[in-house]
Design a protein around this ligand. Structure first.
Ligand SMILES: [Zn+2]
Length: 101
């Protein structure tokens, strides 16, 4: 078996994500989610960490492909501890934070 080029695969993942968003636009969320699951599987199998930021592509909980304002809610929050961005998946309600400086 030939060695897989991880960089090529990363490009493939972005391509799949674009396909998934097209599916969402056409209202086929089941197919979009199937693509999302596939993206996640490729990501884990070939350890694409560092090449692909999976959190910005696919929801960790329901594997719905993410796109701001479409399937992803983005809110800026400010506390004494600092500023952070709250991301919420609009499909399942799963949310996570990212600290910004
Ligand atoms: Zn979700």
């Amino acid at each position: 078996m030939s060695k897989v080029n991880r960089r090529d695969l990363a490009g493939e993942v972005f391509y799949l994500h674009r396909l998934a968003l097209d599916a969402l636009r056409e209202g086929d969320s089941a197919w979009a989610q199937a693509l999302g699951r596939h993206i996640y599987r490729v990501y884990q199998k070939y350890r694409l960490r560092g090449l692909v930021r999976i959190k910005s592509l696919v929801c960790k909980k329901c594997s719905m492909p993410l796109h701001p304002a479409y399937t992803l809610k983005v809110r800026l929050r400010s506390r004494e501890s600092g500023r952070f961005v709250v991301y919420t998946c609009r499909a399942c309600g799963h949310s996570w934070r990212k600290v910004v400086r």
